[in-house]
Unconditional design. Structure first.
Lengths: 637, 249
């Protein structure tokens, strides 16, 4: 009996782990970031972490990745992991005392005292008995656990044998049946480093992915990816990740960990895809230097090359890099490769031209900018933006006749859906510069009619609509009416890239939710968890979208107030300039309006050109070519 | 309970379909702003609009394809434009009155050809214009569908822009003819159905007035004779050109 007890004590000492009770105050992830930004060193941060209990400071792997992105050192991050503050991370064993014992007291029973009284002897024996009982109880519990483990191992063995069937189900498209099988297997808690666990996680991710339940697939997919690039399904999982990122915007900070994996042994196509993905990932997190590092590794001829050049060019324009020459070169590279690609990449082609035009505009080479603006095809949505920017370019280079021609273009029905409030103010200014006061007033009147007169309705909407979700619903259920949000402002929101992106994600999440609801019985508890997760994400995205709508509409409100002030200023200028011109005319009775050749534009007409007067019709081929032949009426020019 | 369930199902389907419609609407609107290729009409703010308008046309034609007579049909038509490209026209043309006393009498819109004059000279008093020759058209009425796929403008001597459209027409009608009998001993006034097809060009003078130049072919079964007794042998396709003016209401 004594020997049995001693063996058990040794066994317990080797297996039981104890926790330390500490006096703690609460600290969270944001405070850690704040402290790091304040310049506290690693020792101070570690001390703060230690002073917080594991319950109070509990981070997910994604949050850990975020801390890394925020600049916390590896030492601090390792400490977070080793101190058990990160879920799923292995906690370094802590030893309560040098004997390594647990909540069972394994100290030898006190030896009998020579002058021990009868009472002391009884107490000592009772204590020894109690201790022995406790040890026996623990031993029985361990035996039970061991028996349970044997049963579980047996079940696991049987379940592992079925993995091949589940794989066939996935391949034949019976996704939900496969997902159910994989979930059953994973509920047996297989060893996370085992091949079976890996196969099950991948199978689960793939079955959910194929079923369109992308959010549900994201968690197992992340685990598969993090298991290592040498694993058999890494490449396929990575391809799925690309789709998830594109469709539901899945790009948690923890994905930065992927850069620690070795992909040098993969084929060139994969390496290009990987480099493009990571480059775009860092670009999205505003880390231009890392984005450029990865994007520059994408090879010419690969499918992602045009995109990589374009994104790299944008990254090079970032203030921290400010490499305009490099950016221009990359935009050109993007255009050339987009033209060469098998199915001409119109998206990149147009974005490339627009980026070149904008960069040259910023540089101040307006003619070069105009050359690229005019490359945008008339039927592209981006043409409206390009044409509008052309108007500004002509305005800035004092080419009034062409600027007026572009204003006319933008007033055509082809651009009627776009929100360009400054168009009329700009037009009015050009007329003012040409001393065409009446036309200048007409342009301002048009601005007021089209934009300002509807402003009270916008203000009413902004006052009456409180909840972000209500803004989103307003956009989704929009019907033009005389009382609600004017269509022009509704259009301005639709033209916002942020809104478009959120709409795409909401659409995907809705379809995912429908797919989940249709299969909820097959997925059991896991399905419910994923469904709750998707519903939560959907709600959050709608809230985010609603906030964006609210911000855009508030921005329009402020913007129009500004333009209204500018319009008033121009009105004042018109009055004073009109008086000044009249005085000059009176003082100079011989003055006559300028004839051909006056004005700011030297109008060159090629031999094969023919003049077609505008009669009210807008023909698609003519719209980009309008020119004004107005001459200045200013006395002093 | 059953009714409540049914109501719930109906409400749910109505909600689902309205949500789907709203989504479709947003998608459609977003497509304006986020695509590399918008579907744009070639023309906006068309200057000469006809959709939903009626037109009245007065026209004078020239039909010279027949061997024994040539005509100047005078006609009136009414047209309704369903769209800028499609319309229905009902029109009628008058060419002459039935014959009497072996001659066509005084006719303003029907004229004898040189062949008729030659035969008359050869046969002298035995010549009877109603029995010796073939069908003589008196009037015709028809309804045609007009499709105008082409609309354009041209520069007239590089000084004036002129708008026009080109159209195709297809329809059916009826023609009344003065027809000799098979043995050429008597004649009678008969109706014959006909298929009408052709094309035309319209020049827009003002927003309400259009000048039209049309060509029409009328396919109808002609008079039966000893040499042509079968349906296909009797088929004739006279052609007519007309110049008209339309006023749009």
């Amino acid at each position: 009996m004594r020997n049995r007890v001693t063996r058990m004590i040794g066994f317990l000492a080797a297996t039981l782990v104890f926790s330390v009770a500490t006096n703690a105050f609460a600290i969270d992830k944001n405070q850690l970031i704040q402290m790091a930004k304040l310049g506290l060193d690693d020792k101070a941060l570690i001390a703060s972490i230690d002073s917080s209990s594991a319950d109070e400071l509990s981070l997910t792997p994604e949050e850990l990745g975020e801390l890394r992105l925020q600049g916390l050192s590896e030492a601090v991050l390792s400490h977070l992991k080793s101190s058990g503050r990160v879920k799923g991370a292995k906690k370094a064993p802590e030893v309560k005392d040098d004997k390594g014992t647990g909540d069972v007291n394994l100290d030898p029973a006190p030896a009998p005292n020579e002058d021990e009284s009868e009472e002391d002897k009884k107490a000592r024996e009772a204590e020894a008995k109690a201790r022995e009982n406790e040890i026996v109880k623990k031993a029985e519990e361990l035996n039970q656990a061991k028996d349970d483990a044997v049963v579980r191992d047996s079940q696991l063995k049987q379940a592992t044998a079925k993995l091949a069937d589940y794989k066939s189900d996935v391949e034949s498209g019976d996704n939900m049946k496969a997902a159910r099988g994989y979930l059953e297997f994973l509920s047996l808690n297989p060893e996370p480093t085992s091949d079976a666990w890996y196969a099950a996680k991948f199978g689960l991710a793939k079955s959910l992915y194929q079923q369109g339940i992308l959010s549900g697939a994201s968690r197992p997919l992340l685990e598969v990816l993090m298991a290592g690039s040498e694993k058999p399904h890494f490449k396929e999982a990575f391809k799925m990740l690309q789709v998830l990122t594109r469709k539901v915007g899945y790009r948690p900070p923890v994905l930065e960990e992927l850069t620690k994996l070795y992909v040098g042994d993969k084929n060139d196509d994969f390496k290009n895809e990987f480099n493009y993905y990571m480059g775009k990932f860092f670009f999205d997190y505003n880390r231009a230097d890392l984005a450029i590092k990865y994007l520059s590794n994408v090879e010419d001829g690969s499918a992602d090359y045009p995109e990589s050049r374009y994104v790299m060019g944008i990254a090079q324009l970032d203030e921290s890099v400010n490499d305009i020459g490099g950016a221009l070169k990359n935009f050109q590279g993007a255009i050339v490769s987009a033209e060469k690609s098998k199915k001409e990449n119109q998206d990149i082609l147009q974005l490339g031209y627009l980026a070149l035009a904008r960069t040259w505009y910023e540089v101040g080479l307006y003619d070069v900018a105009l050359f690229y603006y005019q490359k945008l095809p008339a039927d592209s949505s981006r043409n409206a933006e390009a044409t509008f920017e052309q108007a500004w370019t002509y305005f800035l280079k004092n080419d009034h006749n062409r600027a007026l021609g572009v204003f006319h273009t933008l007033n055509s029905p082809y651009y009627s859906k776009w929100y360009f409030p400054d168009l009329y103010v700009l037009e009015s200014t050009v007329y003012l510069n040409l001393c065409k006061f009446e036309k200048s007033q007409i342009a301002l009147a048009e601005f007021k009619k089209k934009y300002l007169h509807k402003l009270p309705r916008l203000k009413k909407v902004l006052t009456e609509t409180k909840e972000p979700a209500a803004y989103w619903t307003m956009m989704m259920d929009y019907k033009p009416s005389e009382k609600g949000l004017p269509q022009l402002y509704y259009n301005a929101v639709l033209d916002d890239l942020g809104f478009f992106n959120i709409y795409q994600v909401v659409k995907t999440l809705r379809s995912e939710k429908r797919a989940l609801e249709a299969n909820i019985s097959s997925l059991g508890d896991f399905g419910q968890v994923v469904l709750d997760n998707v519903s939560g994400q959907l709600k959050a995205k709608i809230e985010e979208g609603g906030i964006l709508v609210q911000q855009r509409l508030s921005g329009i409100d402020r913007e129009l107030e500004d333009w209204s002030l500018k319009a008033t200023q121009i009105e004042f200028d018109i009055d004073s300039e009109e008086k000044r011109q009249l005085e000059k005319k009176l003082l100079n009775p011989d003055w006559e309006p300028a004839i051909a050749g006056a004005g700011s534009t030297f109008f060159v007409v090629a031999d094969d050109w023919q003049r077609w007067d505008f009669e009210g019709e807008y023909w698609l081929d003519e719209v980009p070519n309008f020119r004004s032949s107005l001459r200045t009426e200013c006395v002093d020019q | 309970m059953k009714n409540t369930l049914l109501l719930s199902v109906l409400m749910f389907s109505a909600f689902s379909s309205s949500a789907a419609m709203a989504e479709e609407n947003v998608e459609k609107e977003l497509a304006n702003y986020w695509t590399t290729e918008r579907e744009l009409p070639v023309l906006e703010n068309r200057m000469f609009e006809r959709e939903g308008r009626f037109a009245l046309t007065l026209k004078l034609g020239l039909l010279t394809s027949e061997p024994f007579f040539w005509y100047n049909p005078i006609g009136l038509g009414a047209q309704y434009h369903f769209s800028e490209q499609a319309s229905l026209e009902v029109s009628g043309t008058f060419m002459g009155t039935p014959s009497s006393d072996g001659d066509i009498g005084l006719q303003i819109f029907t004229h004898k050809t040189e062949i008729t004059d030659f035969i008359k000279r050869e046969r002298k008093d035995a010549f009877d214009v109603t029995t010796d020759l073939e069908d003589r058209f008196l009037w015709r009425a028809n309804a045609v569908l007009i499709w105008s796929p082409l609309y354009g403008k041209l520069a007239f001597l590089n000084t004036k822009l002129s708008h026009f459209d080109l159209n195709l027409a297809l329809g059916a009608g009826v023609v009344q003819v003065d027809r000799p009998s098979v043995d050429h001993k008597s004649s009678s006034t008969e109706f014959s159905p006909e298929l009408v097809f052709g094309g035309g060009v319209g020049f827009f003078v003002t927003k309400d007035v259009t000048i039209r130049l049309d060509g029409r072919f009328y396919m109808y079964p002609g008079a039966e004779s000893e040499s042509a007794s079968g349906f296909f042998e009797r088929l004739k396709v006279p052609s007519e050109f007309s110049l008209g003016a339309s006023y749009l209401f």
